[in-house]
Design a protein around this ligand. Sequence first.
Ligand code: PLP
Length: 355
Amino acid sequence: MKKHNFYAGPSILSQYTINNTAEAIRNFAGTGLSILEVSHRSKEFTAVIDEAQQLVKELLEIPEGYQVLFLGGGASMQFCMVPFNLLNKKAAYIDTGTWASNAIKEAKLFGEVDVVASSADKNYTYIPKNYTVPADADYFHFTTNNTIYGTETRHDPDLNVPLVADMSSDIFSRPVDVSKYDVIYAGAQKNLAPSGVTIVIVKESALGHVERPIPTMLDYRTHVKKGSMFNTPPVLPIYSALQTLKYYKELGGIRAMERLDLAKAELLYEAIDSSKMFAGTVNPEDRSIMNVCFVMKPEYAELEKEFLELATSKGIVGIKGHRSVGGFRASLYNALPIESVKVLVDAMNEFEKKH
Ligand SMILES: *Cc1c(COP(=O)(O)O)cnc(C)c1O
């Protein structure tokens, strides 16, 4: 049976990415060797990482003065690398969920952290507005898409300090004004590649202003200087990332991806809003277009398990909500076809008719 993959991460990849990765595992770039067994310094792999960097720059329209890095350690490693490299005295953070608060915890090891706002009071069901960021902060850190709670900030705030963003779960889903940022980072396993690589976009002029010593591997300058080849990079995920980037380009680039993503989200939110049985969990204006969180209304709460069973029988995978929200979460990453969303909406309608 055809599967409809709504996992939050690791998550669906395009067939193009999967097929080309499988082929490279058998025979990489005509070398007669698997990509799993060639040197990262071979000319064939150097071409891969160079093209991947180039395509990230092209797709996100990254201006001069920025470097694109492919690092290990996941997005979680960036929670400490960012303050290690950028936090001199004080940084501003906004607490919009689990990942944001993990980032805050690490930053506190390096200096003063001004948490300018938090939505913890309502279990992170909204994005705080009307906060002020102190002008003397070294940077303002925010999580663009809160993967667990299903809220999202789909614009680049206008502030008086440089921005730093965790874009792990919505990078490549909208155009970004990179010039406002000192650092953008994203673990690959939500919208790009298998887990194991993290994209870091870093403004070179933002580096070198802290006095503390930085361990070599945690210093962005090490990886800038060596083109992400200071040590062995995550070769296979980088190869897969390149395939996805090529696929995005072929489909028409980021604006085309955004149109597809918006259409998918609209379809599902409409079904939720017109339902008697299901309800969204977050403030409508802060809804994520990547992770749609919803629950059964209280009077139908005991039917959750039965709906999951119906969904499973239709090939729907990965819609069980995160344990901190409950209910359901449908992740609609770029590689998910709108047909899968239709199957989910049909299942919701069928279930509602039955009860
Ligand atoms: C998944 C996720 C993370 C954690 O990523 P790891 O690569 O597992 O460290 C961090 N931030 C956001 C927004 C995420 O969605």
